[in-house]
Design a protein around this ligand. Structure first.
Ligand code: GLU
Length: 545
């Protein structure tokens, strides 16, 4: 077989040589131990927690070593471009402080551009042609129907599906057969001629999992599709080489493709980057643990965290807790430190499934938000509200002083212990809503309607906005006493049967009338923040409700 002539027929024209490409994409000028890592998503428009998990690891490794994190878009499989998908990836990761040094829609050092695989057609063809010339790749004319029939046959015989060994029908076509098909204008793909044998096991050092054993590849995988577009496997090998990637951290679902990647790198004559396969994120579902699912678990999508208004640092802290076994201990010792100071290590990454628990994240979120000042909290909420808030919620920011006072109270700023009532921005905005809106009551009065009316009316008669907390409370106590409620908690506890209830029950009536809720921070302060007019208006409405 004259492979050179066949290569020219299949991919006519002159292409740069491997040496040309080596010169065009030279090794990066970086310090010795600097790692070049990447994120290489398909632009499907869906970016998930697993992507963030890998992104944090790649970002930390690159930047702690003085290296580069770049964004490459693997759009070879895409029939249709998903509008805005790349921007969505960048935005979703930016929320968690993941910034790329270069890449699609980012720019940066143009030496390794372009970062969209569809714009790199020439280089893939050049190397495909090279492989054909060397007899390591060949044209395959099998149609979709033939391949489907092959799969059926293999399934019926309980054989491994795919295009390999005796099933690789076009592998040993004669020169005459090939040219006859080409002359007849039959479409073709280019396949790798695998030299592997599945009986052979390869020992492989995975940067995360340590020493693993994989089976040699024997599949004649497609490297160029009939439209000349490469497959992901082929394109990623060429790109990781020429973009000078040193370490690939990716999800363990790619472990199954590793033998193909190993063979491709060898066939292309490239040194491989190191690979580390990150464990999958699991969810406890009753008795079993399963992978997070796109259909069942909204928390898989990164969009979920932005929409709910999760505090980015909280999500990051949780991800780091799952990613590095010594993070939790470090964080206990350094609760205020920038997370970038944590000595992230590939060797400390978990080898098997990490359990992702939303309740745990919520606990971390409460702790993280309780570290903020009211000003920081306001800024965080504002950012969320501008994008996701209702018109009414956006208006909370009009009176900044009021907002800060409300937040300080709800967060327990200046108190003995900070309150931990806030979990996310959306929840916090609902929590503080009563300061800004008259909302329908969510809790029921526990006293009879007549009693409620009397308590509220008497309160309005004696209410004076200038009263300090003590005088104010004295008046509430007086109302309690006048209505058969114990003014003093101690008296009530000693002789509960003598009273209808205690001053706490009276305060609850006032609280529900003012805020709609039976549980709030200090009511006197709430009234101070609301202002006299508003307090009188709300209680006045509640009298007749
Ligand atoms: N394009 C693949 C993806 O969508 C990337 C796999 C890899 O990192 O090698 O996840």
């Amino acid at each position: 077989m004259n492979w050179k002539a066949l290569a020219e027929r299949l991919l006519p024209g002159k292409y740069p040589s491997p040496e040309d490409y080596e010169a065009k994409y030279p090794p990066r000028d970086l310090p010795e131990k600097a790692e070049v890592t990447r994120l290489a998503p398909s632009p499907t428009g869906f970016i998930h927690l697993g992507n963030l998990f890998a992104a944090i690891a790649n970002e930390r490794i690159a930047h702690r070593s003085g290296g580069i994190l770049y964004l490459r878009i693997e759009d070879t499989d895409l029939k249709r471009k998903v509008e805005g998908a790349v921007e969505a990836v960048i935005k979703a990761l930016h929320y968690f402080d993941i910034e790329f040094d270069e890449g699609a829609e980012i720019g940066g050092d143009e030496t390794y551009a372009p970062w969209y695989q569809r714009q790199r057609a020439e280089i893939y063809r050049a190397f495909a042609k090279r492989l054909i010339e060397e007899g390591r790749a060949y044209p395959c004319f099998c149609t979709e129907e033939e391949l489907a029939a092959l799969r059926e046959e293999q399934t019926a015989k309980k054989e491994i599906p795919g295009y390999y060994g005796k099933y690789a029908r076009c592998r040993d076509l004669s020169e005459a057969e090939i040219y006859a098909r080409l002359d007849a204008g039959k479409p073709f793909v280019i396949r790798l001629r695998s030299l592997g044998n599945p009986e052979n096991k390869i020992k492989f050092r995975d940067a995360v999992k340590g020493e693993i054993t994989v089976t040699e590849n024997d599949q004649d995988v497609v490297i160029l599709k009939s439209d000349g577009i490469p497959t992901y496997h082929f394109a990623h090998a060429i790109d990781d080489h020429f973009m000078r990637t040193t370490l690939v951290i990716r999800g363990e679902e790619w472990l199954a493709s590793l033998p193909i990647h190993i063979e491709l790198f060898d066939a292309l004559g490239f040194a491989r980057p190191r690979y580390g396969h990150n464990c999958s994120l699991m969810k406890q579902d009753g008795e079993t643990r399963r992978k997070l699912s796109k259909r069942k678990d909204p928390e898989l999508s990164l969009e979920f965290y932005r929409k709910e208004g999760y505090f980015p640092r909280a999500v990051k802290v949780y991800m780091l807790t799952l990613l590095n076994s010594n993070f939790e201990e470090w964080y206990l010792k350094n609760p205020e430190a920038p997370l970038t100071e944590f000595p992230f290590k590939v060797e400390k990454m978990g080898k098997s499934g990490a359990l992702f628990d939303l309740d745990k994240l919520n606990d971390i979120s409460k702790n993280e938000l309780a570290k903020l000042s009211q000003e920081e909290m306001a800024a965080f909420l504002k950012g969320w509200a501008e994008e996701f808030g209702s018109e009414a919620q956006k208006a909370y920011f009009a009176d900044e002083e009021k907002l800060l006072r409300a937040l300080a109270l709800c967060m327990g700023v200046g108190g003995k212990k900070r309150r931990k009532d806030f979990t996310t921005a959306s929840q916090a905005m609902n929590f503080i809503a009563y300061f800004f809106e008259r909302l329908p009551r969510t809790d029921e009065y526990r006293v009879a309607p007549g009693e409620k009316r009397a308590i509220l009316t008497e309160f309005l008669e004696t209410y004076c906005f200038a009263d300090d907390a003590q005088i104010w409370f004295g008046k509430v106590k007086a109302i309690a006493g006048a209505h058969g409620f114990a003014a003093d908690m101690k008296d009530y506890k000693e002789n509960p049967q003598t009273y209808k209830g205690s001053v706490a029950d009276v305060a609850e009536v006032l609280r529900i009338a003012t805020t709609g809720k039976a549980n709030t921070p200090d009511l006197w302060t709430i009234m101070q923040i609301l202002g006299e007019q508003e307090v009188r208006a709300r209680i006045g409405e509640a009298v007749n409700e």
